[in-house]
Ligand binder design. Structure first.
Ligand SMILES: Cc1cc2nc3c(=O)[nH]c(=O)nc-3n(C[C@H](O)[C@H](O)[C@H](O)COP(=O)(O)O)c2cc1C
Length: 357
């Protein structure tokens, strides 16, 4: 599946994630073998108005290529004009966000709110295509409003007819948000219904999940979101299985530490130490989430007031894990909490018990 010059079939794609897929995260993912990464969504209007934060989210270095840029909006003319601006920076894909379920977004017919208007979607893709020059256009969807109103096949056809190069399907409905298991059976149905390539997304937490998604649904490529948080290793593991038929297994703890610290260094450079501190803490917790002692790590990190303190905590914590100093955690609970909320340490216990009880 060649999209422009990029072959998307052999490698996993890193999904756009607001407040997560900054340049540091994208570079680490690429280093471990991600085939394509995305900037987080930016407002089409913000691009036209040169809004500072919008342009910051949009910025990427040439050595990050191949890279996709994702935009959010609902007005074909504004979106077309913003695509014309973005295309000047020559990303490898410009994607239309048609899957964001946040009510403040959908009520303005943006994000997943666009799915109820296949005609408007078609017009937007048509304008994007006209404005993009050689840059391929794609759109990322959910399945539909809810279980009773699944219309992914209609919208997939509408964007195909208007020139999209591929579509990504996050196999949950708007109502599902992120909680339920993704319904992969729909990926196979979409694949059968259109001729453009399909990227499957949803509930891929391991390299083995990604391989299973490809086999069970026939999608051309797989996009990973939460599975990659603190786990860029899943990209190299997937590549090794596909290229060499060899599963290297999970990384040694020293590799996890080295990668986490490299990630911290990149974040410090990207944001400056003071602003980076909160991103650094968040990412460190993701790297160590499935090791014993995670609750103790969270407690210590929350007290840390500088990047140097965080580094000391991470070094000590790793040595303690190696020396088996922590009591065994119930990893199933951590996994459930994480799937429910990526900032799982902020989930308050009573709500958590109610939801899963
Ligand atoms: C923190 C976070 C931020 C996200 N931001 C975006 C975004 O900016 N654009 C987008 O299309 N999807 C966004 N998503 C959705 C993911 O790209 C993906 O579709 C979803 O998490 C399902 O994949 P998963 O089950 O592998 O996590 C976000 C998801 C998370 C967890």
């Amino acid at each position: 599946m060649l999209i422009g010059h990029v072959d998307l079939t052999k490698r996993l794609l890193l999904a756009p994630m607001a407040d997560v897929t900054d340049q540091s995260f994208r570079c680490i993912a690429k280093e471990f073998g991600a085939g394509l990464t995305f900037t987080q969504m930016v407002s089409a209007k913000g691009v036209l108005e040169n809004e500072f934060e919008t342009l910051r989210y949009l910025a990427f270095n040439k050595n990050e290529k191949p890279i996709g840029v994702q935009i959010l909006g609902n007005d074909p003319e504004i979106i077309g004009a913003s695509v014309q601006e973005i295309a000047k920076y020559n990303p490898d894909v410009i994607d239309l966000n048609s899957g964001c379920p946040v009510e403040n977004v959908t009520k303005h017919k943006m994000g997943a709110g666009l799915m109820s208007s296949p005609k408007l979607l078609g017009q937007i893709i048509c304008e994007m295509k006209k404005a993009a020059g050689d840059v391929p256009i794609s759109a990322k969807f959910r399945l539909g409003e809810n279980e009773k109103h699944i219309n992914i096949i209609d919208v997939a056809k509408a964007v195909e007819d208007n020139g999209a190069s591929f579509i990504t399907v996050h196999a949950r409905t708007i109502k599902d948000k992120y909680d339920k298991n993704a319904q992969w059976e729909w990926l196979a149905k979409v694949k059968e219904s259109v001729n453009i390539p399909i990227v499957g997304n949803g509930s891929v937490f391991t390299a083995a999940d990604a391989i299973r998604m490809k086999e069970e649904t026939g999608v051309d490529s797989v996009m990973v979101a939460r599975g990659a948080l603190g786990n860029p290793f899943m990209f190299s593991r997937f590549n090794s299985i596909v290229d060499k038929n060899f599963d290297p297994g999970p990384p040694e703890i020293d590799i996890v530490k080295e990668t986490a610290l490299k990630h911290c260094e990149k974040l410090s450079k990207e944001y400056g130490e003071i602003r980076a501190l909160v991103f650094i803490k968040k990412n460190i917790i993701w790297y160590y989430k499935y090791y014993n002692g995670i609750n103790s790590l969270i407690e210590k990190l929350m007290q840390a007031g500088s990047v140097n303190q965080v580094l000391d905590i991470v070094n000590d914590h790793t040595e303690n894990i190696k020396a088996d100093k922590y009591p065994v955690e119930d990893l199933e609970i951590i996994k459930q909490k994480f799937k429910m909320k990526v900032l799982f340490w902020l989930v308050n216990e009573p709500v958590f018990t109610e939801t899963f009880g």
